[in-house]
Design a protein around this ligand. Structure first.
Ligand SMILES: C[S@@+](CC[C@H](N)C(=O)[O-])C[C@H]1O[C@@H](n2cnc3c(N)ncnc32)[C@H](O)[C@@H]1O
Length: 297
C-alpha cells in the first residue's frame, strides 16, 4: 500500500508545481531572517541617525535596529514592519481628507502608515474581526497618534469584512484588504502546522478572500482605489482571487502596477519574494474602480 504523504511533502509538492526549479531556493529563503524597515512616527521629535530613506518615503527608513526605547507617557517614536508590506498602504496614495477603510487591520502597521498619510485630516476606519487582535490594533494606534488626531480621524470596528457591503456601498475613497492568508513563512516556522498542511488550506483561504474582496469592491466609490494584498506564495490566494473580480466586474476594474524594486509582475499584480527581493513574500494588486458606462471606447 502506498505510504500517505506527510503535510511537509504535500506542501513541497504543491508549491513546486508553481515555482518549479526555483522552489528549493525560495523555500530556503522563507526560513531565513526577515528584513524590516523602520516606520518613524512623524508626531514624535526623534531624529533617526545612521539610517537611509526607504525609496524616498519621508517616514520609512532602512538601518540599524538598536533605537532608543520609548520613554514614559510619550508617543512611541518608531514601528518595525516588513519592507514589502509597506508597499500596500503606500500604493493607496492616500491624501489628507481621504475616507479610508482598512478591512483587516490588526495589529496595525499598515493602518499606521495610512493614518500618518492622512495627517490629521479625513477618516480611517480600522477594522478587524478578532477581538484580541482589535485590542492590539487600538493600542498601536493610540500609542503613535496624538489623542486629538486619534479622536478626529480613527474609528475601530469589528465587523466581518465579507459582509461589510451589506451595510455600506460606494462609501470609501481608498480601501486596503490585507487578507488573512496561508502565510507560508509561519507554516515553515511551526512543525505542527507543517505536519497538518493540506492543499485544502489554501483553497479554503482563497474562497474566503474572494468573499472579502467582492464585498470590498462594492464598498469602494467609483474613482476610488483598492489594494488587495497577502503574504502568501499561493497563486490561488493572489492572482486567483483578483482574476475572479476582473471576471465578475469586467471593465470596472482597472489594474495598475507601480515600480517596486525587486517586485515581479504577475498577471494581475506584483509579488515580492525573499530569494530575489530580500523582502516578503508579499503580493499586491492595485485596482481603480471606474464607471464602465462612462467608457465611450
Ligand atoms: C494579514 S492580517 C492583517 C495585518 C494588518 N493589516 C497589519 O498590517 O498589521 C489579517 C487580519 O485579518 C483578520 N480577519 C480574519 N478574518 C476576518 C474577517 N472575516 N473580517 C475581518 N477581519 C478578519 C485577522 O484577525 C487578522 O488580524
Amino acid at each position: 500500500m502506498a505510504k500517505k504523504k506527510s503535510g511537509g511533502d504535500q506542501f513541497d509538492l504543491f508549491y513546486a508545481q508553481f515555482y518549479k526549479e526555483r522552489w528549493p531556493q525560495l523555500r530556503e529563503s522563507l526560513v531565513g531572517p526577515k528584513s524590516h524597515v523602520i516606520l518613524k512616527n512623524p508626531y514624535h521629535p526623534l531624529v533617526l541617525e545612521n539610517v537611509t530613506s526607504f525609496h524616498g518615503h519621508p517616514n520609512l527608513f532602512v538601518g540599524k535596529e538598536e533605537l532608543p526605547q520609548p520613554q514614559g507617557e510619550d508617543l512611541f517614536p518608531y514601528y518595525f514592519l516588513d519592507g514589502a508590506s509597506a508597499y500596500a498602504p503606500l500604493a493607496l496614495d492616500i491624501s489628507p481628507g481621504d475616507k479610508v477603510l482598512d478591512l483587516c487591520a490588526a495589529p496595525g502597521g499598515k493602518s499606521l502608515i495610512m493614518a500618518f498619510a492622512l495627517a490629521g485630516k479625513g477618516h480611517l476606519s480600522a477594522n478587524d474581526k478578532s477581538e484580541n487582535r482589535r485590542f492590539r490594533l487600538q493600542k498601536v494606534l493610540r500609542s503613535y497618534l496624538p489623542p486629538e488626531v486619534y479622536k478626529e480621524t480613527i474609528r475601530i470596528t469589528g465587523f466581518d469584512a465579507s459582509s461589510w457591503c451589506l451595510f455600506e456601498k460606494e462609501a470609501y475613497d481608498k480601501i486596503l484588504l490585507d487578507a488573512p492568508c496561508s502565510s507560508e513563512r509561519h507554516v515553515l516556522d511551526s512543525p505542527t502546522h507543517l505536519l497538518d498542511w493540506r492543499p485544502g488550506r489554501t483553497k479554503r483561504l482563497a474562497a474566503n478572500q474572494w468573499t472579502m474582496l467582492a464585498s470590498a469592491w462594492l464598498v469602494l466609490r467609483y474613482g476610488g482605489r483598492l489594494v488587495y494584498s497577502t503574504c502568501s506564495l499561493s497563486p490561488l490566494e493572489n492572482d486567483g482571487v483578483v482574476s475572479k473580480l476582473v471576471k465578475k466586474f469586467g471593465k470596472e476594474v482597472v489594474i495598475s502596477r507601480p515600480e517596486i524594486p525587486g517586485g515581479e509582475a504577475t498577471e494581475w499584480g506584483t509579488i515580492l519574494l525573499p530569494d530575489k527581493s530580500g523582502h516578503g513574500p508579499f503580493y499586491l494588486s492595485i485596482m481603480e474602480k471606474v464607471n464602465s458606462s462612462d467608457d465611450k471606447s
